[in-house]
Design a binder for this molecule. Structure first.
Ligand SMILES: [Zn+2]
Length: 408
């Protein structure tokens, strides 16, 4: 495990000690990066040293904070070669504990919360981060206070309640949830574990970047498609690439980073198209992909900067395109993806059609979670659209789930 050298502000570069719990830069509210002495680590932490390490994100513990991990076996998820698209890989985060990529960031954040002796943590969430926090807080014996939109997928609510978290459903979106936590945290003694408002969720998520390199034989893909709500994983992977470069593990090549959002909530593609360094809050955000319903990401300035530096892009896809992609992955690859994850495939199709990507280029599409977390949402969509797509042209999804099974 690595000793933290200092925390560094992503806006002004200010260096802050990590000897007590930190949120954001006290000067300008910038998100904080965890920095280590990589030149010293370079001597002992080699690619070869990974042999025999656990098949979880903690195999990269040498570049994670020095603490006893609160782990449920998160990370080191499969990198599945597509059965239909040469060069395309599906990074399947759906098999993580609590069924989504959020496990990584919350494992790291709760690990540090426990190390700091924090007793109560709070999170605003579009769904999956709440489930992950609830599970890791339960494992750590810490109290979790969760604020989610009232129309969150049912699995998230039931999970949080089952893990014993204190759940408040809010008639609004994730920003409204964050505001309530902001107003009450001081009085209630909650530590705010919001996206990019504490430094360690990035550390957990960055392990996705290490895995891409290791699982692709220490080469960088040409592009990475990442469903972007808060964008922590995109920021984390970019940090990992930089760290691996400093460790001498990879060269200067970087993938084009593609931020994927829903056209029902697309602040990053809008800012990208308008060449703006920050996004504006998206009014009336609505999409089937609950995790993408983030009207304004706290770290939008970092995300947009990474897209630019990587020669990437930001792409919006419609709910219909998402659901069509979801069914393609299920039927053609055997992967039952979350709608957010399926958005990666929908965006990939767009960039292939536009010529932005060439056939045969190595591409990693992130499936961020399991479709099982969205059974109610997907069933409702299929029912509404009369079963959507069927290979033989017949309606195959009109059956009411949980209702009368019709004779076929
Ligand atoms: Zn700062």
């Amino acid at each position: 495990m690595a000793k933290i050298a200092y925390l560094e502000c992503s806006k002004c570069g200010e260096r802050i000690g990590a000897d007590e719990p930190r949120t954001v830069c006290p000067r300008d509210g910038g998100s904080l990066y965890v920095r280590y002495d990589l030149q010293a680590l370079r001597k002992t932490f080699t690619r070869e040293s990974l042999a025999g390490k656990p098949a979880s994100m903690w195999r990269y513990a040498d570049v994670l904070p020095d603490a006893d991990p609160v782990t449920l076996g998160e990370g080191f998820t499969p990198m599945l070669p597509s059965r239909h698209e040469p060069g395309v890989f599906i990074k399947d985060e759906g098999i993580n504990p609590t069924g989504s990529f959020k496990a990584r960031g919350l494992s790291a954040a709760v690990t540090m919360a426990r190390l700091y002796g924090l007793k109560k943590v709070a999170i605003p969430s579009a769904g999956n981060a709440a489930s992950a926090l609830a599970a890791y807080a339960a494992a750590a014996g810490i109290e979790a206070h969760i604020f989610m939109p009232s129309d969150v997928p049912q699995a998230n609510l039931v999970e949080c309640q089952s893990y014993g978290a204190k759940v408040t459903l809010v008639d609004g979106l994730i920003g409204d949830c964050a505001r309530i936590i902001g107003e009450r945290k001081q009085q209630q003694g909650w530590f705010d574990i919001s996206t990019l408002k504490e430094p360690f969720r990035i550390e957990g998520k960055k392990t996705m970047g290490y895995e891409i390199a290791e699982q692709l034989g220490w080469t960088m893909p040409d592009a990475v498609f990442y469903p972007t709500g808060g964008g922590v994983g995109l920021i984390g992977m970019w940090k990992a690439f930089d760290e691996m470069d400093q460790l001498g593990w990879i060269g200067p090549k970087r993938p084009k980073m593609i931020a994927v959002q829903s056209s029902g909530c697309a602040p990053i593609p809008k800012a990208w198209d308008e060449h703006k360094p920050v996004s504006e809050p998206w009014p009336g955000a609505a999409t089937i992909a609950a995790g993408l319903r983030v009207p304004k990401a706290y770290g939008d300035y970092i995300i947009l900067d990474i897209l630019k530096k990587s020669g990437g892009a930001a792409v919006a896809v419609s709910d219909d395109e998402i659901m069509d992609a979801l069914q393609s992955w299920a039927r053609e690859e055997g992967v039952f993806a979350a709608p957010e994850g399926a958005a990666s495939l929908a965006a990939y199709r767009k960039l292939r059609a536009s010529g932005f990507l060439k056939p045969g280029e190595t591409v990693v599409l992130y499936n961020t979670g399991s479709g099982l977390k969205y059974i109610d949402v997907i069933a409702e969509y299929l029912a509404k659209h009369e079963g959507a797509r069927s290979p033989d042209g017949e309606n195959s999804g009109g059956r009411a789930l949980g209702g009368i099974i019709q004779p076929y």
